[in-house]
Write a protein that binds this ligand. Structure first.
Ligand code: IMP
Length: 485
């Protein structure tokens, strides 16, 4: 019988490139999927987002590595590319590099950073703080990594670029312009006591950046050209998505989105490779989707803020398995007897899945499996395969509500169609109860060992989605994944 690795190898052998993207609102477990498949590729590329992402992978020695900026390929000594579409934060990059060196025992992969990627400065952080403060009720709930200001100001032609780190005059003049344009917002922050640190002058920022610049000089190049050459040389490339379809600046739930191109199309935009270099992507979706920050989430179980507060106020349930065990047992009993309120159902899955952000530590709000949303994500990304993560969350559950359609204005919406993003909060969900499985499927890595009811669940879901579910996550460990036939 073929092992999972062998099966994946034969499935992926015809893919010179593969793009992995998220189908929900992030945190789908893209890192784990990439971890599993990257041995089939030589180069791993980030094409959008920045330090707002957080991917967890493991080294061959089994050590955990959480990467924010550097592609997950670092863990397996792959060539790693931070392309032009990824916002570059020098300070965080160096920190991540140091931490990774420790974990990897000093050995480091070949790293390439695009010379024309937008460069983060502390001004982006202050400006984000200003924007979020001014928005009040309509704030986005960002990760505070300056991503929105970086992308926005880049499009206003006000971004310092990575290559300016080696062109002091250009760096200084771009920092001057940025400072001048943003200084009224800094004055406001100061006048309202919204900032408890002094704002550095362009000279100070420039000095600090230039002092660290030599540490990355060897990595900086034209990554678009490098990747194009690599493709011509027959190298196999994996494009690592960050954030997700629902957070894409154009096709997500605007304005409650991140600022990058996080659908599959972003891989071409962010790398400069022609669209013909990319086949259909692998879409990673979560059995029970989650969302952090604000914005519409049609299948959400409970209230966003309350779910986030719950995680903050009950950290012991997330960190102490002994404290969590009776809590989970009681909630599961209530779920299966139909007594659980939506809040309790949400709390059960939040604790069970340790649903807290890898970058911000904020609690994630949980939703029911949402087929109409996934059909939209499929429409936008056109995936060849689906990876369904955290399927084991349904272990021991008798039956689960699954959203099978949206109704807007009393009418069922056709498959793949969503109302406008500002109307999404008003959709009604049409649900069905789907039998789940009494057995614990945790850590099963072979399809034939999945209980029949779990296989039926997958077959039913696949029929609705019309795309093969290739991978099924069955637990947090790296081996806990089924590769389906
Ligand atoms: P930003 O990306 O920091 O601008 O945040 C915009 C929205 O995207 C907020 O709701 C964030 O919580 C969300 N977001 C950004 N990156 C991630 C991620 O990697 N996982 C989940 N949510 C994210």
């Amino acid at each position: 019988m073929q092992s999972n690795e062998e099966r994946l190898k034969s499935i992926l052998k015809d893919h010179q490139t593969l793009t992995v993207v998220g189908g929900n609102w992030g945190d789908e477990g893209k890192g784990k999927v990439i971890d599993l498949i990257m041995e089939n590729f030589e180069i791993v590329v980030r094409f959008s987002g920045g330090a707002n992402a957080g991917h967890t992978v493991y080294t061959p020695a089994g050590k955990k590595l959480v990467s924010h900026l550097i592609p997950c390929g670092l863990a397996q000594n792959k060539t790693c590319v931070l392309s032009r579409g990824e916002f570059f934060n020098l300070e965080l990059f160096l920190k991540e590099l140091e931490e990774s060196k420790k974990i990897l025992g000093g050995k480091l992969a070949d790293i390439h950073i695009d010379h024309q990627a937008p460069l983060w400065t502390p001004y982006h952080r202050y400006f984000e703080h200003y924007i979020e403060s001014m928005r009040g009720e309509t704030k986005i709930g960002t990760t505070s990594k300056g991503i929105g200001p970086l992308e926005g100001l880049y499009k206003l032609r006000l971004a310092p670029l990575v290559g300016f780190l080696f062109e002091p005059e250009l760096l200084k003049s771009s920092l001057d312009s940025l400072y001048k344009v943003l200084s009224p917002s800094f004055e406001y922050l100061k006048s309202q006591n919204l900032l408890d640190e002094a704002i550095p002058s362009p000279e100070e920022v420039s000095k600090q950046l230039l002092a660290s610049a030599p540490l990355i000089k060897e990595f900086v190049s034209d990554t678009g050209y490098f990747l194009d050459q690599a493709l011509h040389d027959g190298k196999r490339i994996l494009f690592e998505g960050a954030q997700a379809t629902g957070l894409d600046a154009w096709w997500g739930t605007y304005p409650y989105v991140s600022s990058g191109n996080s659908t599959a199309a972003g891989a071409a935009l962010g790398t400069g490779l022609p669209v013909s270099s990319f086949g259909s992507p692998l879409l990673v979706v979560k059995t029970l989707p989650t969302r952090v920050g604000f914005g519409p989430f049609p299948s959400e179980m409970w209230d966003r803020q309350l779910a986030m507060d719950f995680a903050k106020e009950h950290t012991e349930l997330f960190t102490d398995k002994t404290a969590a065990a009776p809590f989970l047992a009681e909630k599961l009993r209530k779920i299966n007897s139909g007594e659980a309120a939506p809040s309790e159902m949400s709390q059960y899955f939040q604790v069970l899945g340790d649903e807290r952000g890898a970058t911000t530590g904020r609690g994630r709000s949980i939703g029911f499996l949402d087929i109409p949303w996934l059909l939209y994500a499929i429409r936008v990304n056109g995936p060849k395969y689906i990876a369904l993560t955290r399927f084991d969350m349904l272990s021991g559950i008798k039956s689960m509500s699954v959203v099978v359609a949206y109704k807007y204005d009393g009418k069922v919406l056709p498959k793949g169609q969503l109302p406008a993003s500002w109307e999404l909060k008003d959709v009604e969900t049409v649900t069905e109860d789907w039998p789940c499985f009494a057995e614990d499927i945790g850590d099963i890595d072979d399809e034939s060992r999945l209980p029949r009811s779990a296989q039926e669940f997958l077959a039913r879901l696949q029929k609705h989605l019309g795309v093969p579910i290739l991978l099924v996550g069955t637990g947090p460990g790296r081996e806990a994944m089924v590769v389906r036939n």
